[in-house]
Ligand binder design. Structure first.
Ligand code: MRU
Length: 347
C-alpha cells in the first residue's frame, strides 16, 4: 500500500498519527483537506508531503468551477500558495507544486479547463510514480555503502511512510537487507513526535529487519563504544554548500558520529537539493506547538508541570563538514559539495 494514492476522485493517505496502534486511512476531498493533513502530520516526510501536495493541486483543479483556462490556472496558483505554506522546511513541497504549475503553464495554450483537470491529475500521478522509482535507485546506490554485519543508527522515519513507497535512508537499509547483508538498526526514538519509535520500528518489524529502539540521548554512547558503524538519515532541504536540514536531533547525532570517526550519510532525492540557498542559515525552520514537547505524542499524556513552557523547532541544520556523503538517485555525492552537488544535478 502506498502512503498516498488517488482513488475515486479523492486522495487517500495513511493516517500516520494513529500508527503503530492502528492502520487507518483518511480521505481528502479538497485541497484544503490536504493542507490540514500536512499541517497536522497525518502525512509527513519530505517526499510524501510533496506528492500529497501535488494531488492536492489535482483536487483544486477538480473542485474549481472556472470556465476558462486562465481562471482555472489562477485558482491553482492560489491553492499552491496555500499548500506551500503548510510546512516551511521541506523543499520537496514547493518543488512538487512548482513542477505541477510549470507543467500546466506549458500546456495552457489551446487546451480546455477539462483537459487541464485531467492533465493535473496525470502530472501528480507521475510525481508519485517517479518517487517510488527514485527511492529504489537510491536504495541501490546506498546499499553499496553498507557492510555485512553493520549496526546503523537511524534518525526519524525515512521509510515507505515518509515517501510514496520504499524509503530514503530506510530504503537503503531495506535494499541492503534484501541483498542478504546482515544489518542491525538502532532506531532513534526521535522526540518529540516519536517518528522513530512509532513509525520506523513499525516498518522494520514488517520487513523482518532486526532493530532496537534507543532514546535520542543514547546515540553518543553507542557511537563512543564502537557499537555502531554507520549513521543514516534523510533530508528535508540540502543547500548548495551541502548543509542539511533534517529532523531535530540530526545535528547532535552527526557531531557525535564525527567525533568517533563513524561515517554519516544523508539519503535524499535530487528534489531535496535547493541550489537557490547558499547555505543552511537561510533555511526556514518550522517551530511547532510546545505541547508536543510538554506531553508524549501518541497517548497525549502531559509530562511537564502545568505552566511550564517549551521550545519546539522541528528541524536542525547539520553543517556540510559533518556529512560523509549524500546518496541521491543519480549516485553518491562527496565533498566538496559546493561543486559536486551542481555536478550531480547536471547529470
Ligand atoms: O516532521 P517530519 O516527520 O515530516 O520530518 C521528517 C524528516 O525529518 C525526515 O527525516 C525527512 O523528511 C527525510 S526522509 C524522507
Amino acid at each position: 500500500m502506498r502512503t498516498v494514492f488517488w482513488e475515486d476522485n479523492t486522495l487517500k493517505m495513511i493516517d500516520q498519527r494513529r500508527l503503530p496502534g492502528s492502520l487507518e486511512m483518511i480521505t481528502c476531498w479538497t485541497y484544503g483537506d490536504v493542507e490540514q493533513a500536512i499541517k497536522n502530520m497525518t502525512v509527513r516526510g519530505a517526499p510524501a508531503i510533496g506528492a500529497a501536495a501535488a494531488f492536492g493541486l489535482a483536487l483544486a483543479a477538480q473542485g474549481s468551477e472556472a470556465r476558462t483556462t486562465l481562471q482555472l490556472f489562477s485558482d491553482l496558483e492560489t491553492a499552491a500558495m496555500l499548500l506551500k505554506a503548510s510546512r516551511p522546511t521541506a523543499v520537496n513541497l514547493a518543488w512538487a507544486l512548482d513542477r505541477m504549475l510549470q507543467a500546466i503553464r506549458d500546456k495552457l495554450e489551446g487546451i480546455t479547463p477539462e483537459e487541464i483537470r485531467v492533465f493535473a491529475l496525470q502530472e501528480a500521478q507521475s510525481i508519485a510514480n517517479e518517487d517510488v522509482e527514485i527511492n529504489k535507485r537510491m536504495g541501490q546506490h546506498g546499499a553499496a555503502l553498507i557492510d555485512d554485519g553493520d549496526t546503523i543508527i537511524h534518525h526519524c522515519n525515512t521509510g515507505a511512510l515518509a515517501v510514496v513507497d520504499w524509503g530514503t535512508a530506510l530504503g537503503v537499509i531495506r535494499t541492503a537487507h534484501d541483498q542478504g547483508k546482515h544489518v542491525h538498526v538502532l532506531v532513534d526514538e526521535t522526540r518529540p513526535r516519536l517518528q522513530g519509535a512509532r513509525l520506523t520500528a513499525w516498518e522494520l518489524q514488517q520487513y523482518g529487519i532486526p532493530f532496537e529502539i534507543i532514546s535520542d540521548n543514547m546515540a553518543g554512547y553507542f557511537l563512543h563504544t564502537g557499537q555502531a558503524q554507520k549513521v543514516l538519515f534523510g533530508a528535508d532541504r540540502i543547500t548548495a554548500n551541502g548543509d542539511i536540514a533534517n529532523k531535530i536531533g540530526t545535528y547532535m547525532l552527526a557531531l557525535a558520529a564525527r567525533d568517533n570517526g563513524v561515517p554519516v550519510y544523508s539519503v535524499a532525492p535530487i528534489s531535496t537539493i535547493d541550489l537557490s540557498m547558499a547555505d543552511g542559515s537561510l533555511i526556514p525552520i518550522e517551530e511547532r506547538d510546545p505541547d508536543e514537547v510538554l506531553g508524549i505524542q501518541f497517548h497525549g499524556e502531559r509530562i511537564a508541570p502545568q505552566g511550564a513552557g517549551a521550545r519546539n523547532p522541528a528541524f536542525d541544520v547539520t553543517p556540510n563538514r559533518l556529512i560523509t556523503g549524500i546518496v541521491t538517485e543519480k549516485g553518491i555525492v562527496y565533498p566538496p559539495f559546493i561543486d559536486n552537488l551542481i555536478e550531480i544535478m547536471r547529470k
